[in-house]
Design a protein around this ligand. Sequence first.
Ligand code: ZN
Ligand code: ZN
Length: 152
Amino acid sequence: MKINVKRIPVDGEDLTGSEPPEILELSDTDVLFERPVTFDLHAQLQGHSLLVTGRLRTEVTLRCSRCLEVFRQALVVGQFVVLQELQGEDFVDLTPQMREDIILELPQRALCQPDCKGLCAVCGKDLNEGACGCKVKKEDLRWQALNRLKLK
Ligand SMILES: [Zn+2]
Ligand SMILES: [Zn+2]
């Protein structure tokens, strides 16, 4: 997203709109950007610098690291700030900073919900949909191991 520096009035300029998800240059089967990046920014000139502040928002489709379900999550950059010194240029491209700040909002570990129960290690059932009955068997195995220890 390019700002025409020469056209910013003295009291600044409000900039709202959206950019296509392609500006994020990130497409992965587990991290998919399909929704536009909306921005609500205020640009102003401060001496020989351009100051842009505001908010960015988009949505990302992620794969849960526990249950492997695909889910969509909003990514919001609440305090987007760019302060750039001007050297006579007419346009300033904010795209690299937008990209960087949004990528930083990606969770370290994708979870469809904070307490996602994940998949059963035995039968593979999604435990968010209910218990599978494998837990009893696991306890049985533990008892068997304990009994074997006692016999020694
Ligand atoms: Zn999950
Ligand atoms: Zn199971």
